[in-house]
Design a binder for this molecule. Structure first.
Ligand SMILES: Nc1nc2c(c(=O)[nH]1)N[C@H]1C(S)=C(S)[C@@H](COP(=O)(O)O)O[C@H]1N2
Ligand SMILES: [Mo]
Length: 336
């Protein structure tokens, strides 16, 4: 097996692929040993490779629709976009299964309308948004962001949505509010991973995430209701998800139904599963390794083959230096 603790960090970096890292995460959540997992994965990955981009019947696909939005210059970056067919087929959304194409394969009949998103907790003005509000309450815009998964792959994705700070401001946080907690919908009938421990890895659903209030109020923190010009497909977190471009992808929680302002730091799914490996902050940081792999480089998923092995340097805060002041004076190897 590929993942071992070694003292030589170069060696770790060269030998570890993001697939082996992903398998390691699955091992943690399923509480399985390495032995049985290898062969299981080999066969399921062969099956997935065959069906990937395969013959999905158009009629059985979830229906998205075109959105109208502005394209602020500031967020139109130079880097080549990840093709839509990759960003919408190679996903992490464990509610629909642990394999990379499971979210697409298992989510096409997911129902997003009606939808309710509640913003409550330590606020003066609790609010409930329904499905239409998601697209009409605020002006929406396109932002092209880098997305860096903790598994050391990355994409460049054009999201459509609005700043999280607009939504929070509308709810009027009380002065005692210090954190923001997020929850994904709990719908075991529609999400096979929530119904079966085997499919969903035995996570304590609903999936939860959290931010410090000042992080949430930063203008880069984004609520996406669309991607590639259209409403979100289920595998990418329909109808509304968070996008935190300077943090590892697992912070960008999908299909949100509740945003609660709190006084205390909220519990989050990955830090509950393995607190020594996945912290509350999860800022992209090439200098702070995961206990079993380096975060210094990443595989950028572009128009080349999915198995492209070329690696680029990971940047501090994923290149979004403007957030650095949020963490001044903090030891980021302690608050990882
Ligand atoms: N509810 C929920 N949100 C989630 C996840 C998940 O399993 N469940 N996976 C996270 C991880 S690990 C990543 S990398 C991103 C992937 O987003 P994408 O599939 O749209 O690229 O979603 C994040 N949000
Ligand atoms: Mo991720």
């Amino acid at each position: 097996m590929l993942i071992k603790k070694t003292k030589n960090s170069d060696e770790t970096e060269n030998n570890v692929t993001d697939e082996s890292i992903f398998n390691d995460r699955r091992r943690i959540i399923k509480g399985l040993g390495f032995a049985g997992m290898g062969s299981l994965l080999a066969s399921s990955q062969q099956a997935h490779a065959l069906s990937l981009f395969g013959s999905s019947d158009e009629d059985s696909l979830f229906k998205t629709r075109e959105l109208s939005f502005s394209k602020p210059e500031k967020y139109q970056i130079e880097e080549p976009l990840t093709p839509e067919l990759k960003a919408t087929r190679y996903n992490n959304f464990y509610e629909f299964g642990l394999g990379k194409d499971d979210p697409f394969e298992n989510s096409q009949s997911f129902s997003t309308d009606p939808w309710k998103l509640v913003i409550d907790g330590a606020v003066e003005n609790p609010i409930t948004l329904d499905y239409d509000d998601l697209y009409s309450l605020f002006d929406i815009e396109e932002r092209i962001y880098r997305l860096r998964c903790v598994e050391a792959w990355s994409m460049v994705i054009p999201w459509v949505g609005f700043s999280l700070n607009k939504l929070i401001a509308k709810a009027k946080p009380l002065s005692k509010a210090k954190y923001v907690s997020f929850r994904t919908v709990f719908s075991p009938k529609q999400m096979p991973g929530q119904k079966s421990r085997y499919v969903g890895g035995g996570i304590d659903y609903p999936y939860r995430e959290g931010l410090r209030l000042d992080e949430a109020m930063h203008p880069l923190s984004f609520m996406a209701v669309g991607v590639y010009g259209k409403t979100l497909p289920p595998q990418n977190g329909a109808p509304i998800r968070l996008v935190m471009p300077w943090k590892y992808g697992f912070k960008s929680i999908k299909s949100i139904v509740r945003i609660e302002l709190t006084e205390d730091e909220p519990k989050t799914t990955w830090s509950m599963l393995a607190p020594n490996e996945y912290g509350f902050y999860a800022n992209v940081n090439p200098k702070v390794s995961h206990p079993r792999w380096s975060q210094a480089k990443e595989r950028r998923i572009t128009s080349g083959g999915l198995l492209n092995r070329s690696r680029i340097d990971t940047q501090m805060f994923n290149g979004y230096d403007e957030v650095a002041s949020l963490y001044s004076g903090m030891d980021l190897s302690k608050y990882y």
